[in-house]
Design a protein around this ligand. Structure first.
Ligand SMILES: Cc1ncc(COP(=O)(O)O)c(C=O)c1O
Length: 455
């Protein structure tokens, strides 16, 4: 694009376009980075720069950029018909086939066999909250309406999903709905109870039970959890955590929602994050990797038991009172089917595990003696490097979030996009990343750590 045209475009962006998680003032000064292309793990900017997408966009571009077959599948669907509502009993082949395909990928033991597609992760969680409340009301417990979630959780940004999100920065100018209640998270590196994983008896699970007792179990509909916490800082639970959490929820008749928006569709080296842990949800929310971002899509899957309770115990004649204009969108479902074809054909779930392990090993070994690296952790293609003052858990230089941001900026100078997440440098490359590309990513990250001095 000629320089003058690009400058004019950037001026229009500054004047009219709002960007998430961007300070208005800063954006007016800096302007946008205009993306013009993408191929494999790379994105290309209008100024000619070619960057490695070390975060898969927002943890979502699982199959990488530039997959023509997804575009072709969408075009074919759009040529037939682009969209018709799914309300009442209208349906489409792509939505039906996608629902069946996902049921086939899910662990069979839980019978998560009833699906509704939404447009993304936040509205998937909104749908999940509505379904669990409907379930409780249908079985004669309408007062069970609160939703539990954990500190550091990210579940989206719409009103209810944003209230289940428990990262304080998101609430600075927006209040939290009081129907959402917070409890402890299994953040072992920063254990709020001062325990060590080797000897702890999981006070974070006891905290959930205490919260339930304090609020009253008969006021709570469900608890929502990420199988691996993403935006909170790539936080993995210790072994046995989810089994204990599930036992507590079951004993108190509280449904368990797994938010697989990041972890679904291969990101962790398994089709779903739940496969790593000994627990199964009553409702699962998903989005992101289902289409690798080629078109917006999310959704929920719920069990036979939840479905049958709502079906059999709701007042006769009362329809399922949830509906988005774009539920079960045929063109988005066509994108998802083509995306899943690629994931299966290229063995990308296994690749995420193998290449993810390799990348984590290279980073752990390369940073083992770095004085400001306190923890390197992850699973599949979700990794975090946690930074702290030597021998402590304090932010480097006493300045929260500054050092990881400096490291991320240093990576960017060498054409690698990573994300500073609180005290972490987070990486989540596309699932199609090769071992050679992972080595390239590791080299850049290691160089960035070695050449960044807190200041
Ligand atoms: C775990 C989780 N849930 C929900 C969401 C919200 O998804 P969306 O941005 O598509 O609304 C996100 C987004 O990052 C997420 O990471």
């Amino acid at each position: 694009m000629p320089r003058a045209d690009l400058d004019a475009l950037c001026d229009l962006d500054r004047a009219h376009l709002i960007h998430p998680i961007t300070e208005f003032r800063k954006h007016e000064t800096k302007g946008p980075r205009v993306v013009v292309g993408g191929e494999g793990i790379h994105v290309e900017l209008a100024d000619g720069r070619r960057l490695i997408d070390g975060l898969s966009g927002l943890f979502n571009i699982n199959v990488g950029h530039g997959r023509r077959e997804i575009a072709d599948a969408v075009a074919q669907q759009m040529h037939e018909f682009a969209y018709y509502p799914a309300f009442w009993d209208f349906s489409s082949e792509s939505a039906i086939r996608l629902a069946e395909r996902i049921v086939g990928l899910l662990p069979e033991d839980r019978r998560l066999r009833h699906l509704l597609f939404t447009t993304g992760g936040s509205d998937a969680n909104e749908a999940a909250f509505r379904v669990v409340r409907m379930y409780q009301a249908a079985r004669g417990r309408p007062e069970r309406s609160k939703i539990l979630s954990r500190r550091h959780a990210f579940h989206g940004i719409t009103r209810a999903a944003g209230s289940a999100t428990r990262i304080p920065a998101y609430h600075a100018l927006a209040s939290v709905d009081p129907a959402h209640v917070e409890c402890a998270a299994p953040y072992c590196f920063r254990c709020e109870f001062g325990e060590e994983p080797s000897s702890c008896d999981m006070p974070c699970v006891a905290d959930v039970e205490q919260t339930i007792e304090r609020e009253g179990a008969d006021t709570i509909a469900a608890m929502i959890v990420e199988p691996v916490m993403g935006t909170g800082g790539i936080i993995l639970p210790p072994p046995g955590y989810f089994a204990r959490l599930q036992e507590v929820c079951r004993r108190h008749e509280i449904l368990l929602i797994f938010d697989e928006v990041i972890t679904g569709f291969g990101r962790t080296g398994a089709w779903f994050g739940m496969e790593h842990w000994d627990a199964r949800p009553d409702v699962m929310a998903f989005a992101k990797g289902i289409t690798s971002g080629y078109l917006p899509l999310g959704g929920i899957a719920f069990t036979d038991h939840v479905y049958e309770t709502i079906r059999d115990q709701s007042p006769r004649g009362l329809p399922f009172m949830f509906g988005l204009t774009y539920n079960n969108h045929p063109s988005c479902c066509a994108a998802a089917l083509a995306n899943l074809d690629i994931v299966e054909r290229e063995g990308l779930v296994t690749n995420a595990r193998v290449v993810g392990d390799h990348l984590r090993k290279r980073l752990s070994e390369g940073l083992a003696s770095h004085p400001l690296v306190a923890d390197v952790r992850g699973i599949g293609m979700m990794l975090a490097i946690e930074c702290a003052e030597p021998g402590s858990k304090e932010p480097v230089g006493g300045k929260p979030m500054a050092f990881p941001a400096q490291v991320a900026a240093r990576c960017y100078e060498r054409d690698l996009i990573v994300r500073a997440l609180w005290e972490n440098v987070a990486l989540a490359p596309p699932l199609c990343t090769t071992q050679a590309e992972a080595d390239q990513i590791a080299d850049i990250v290691l160089h960035a750590f070695q050449s960044t001095h807190p200041g």
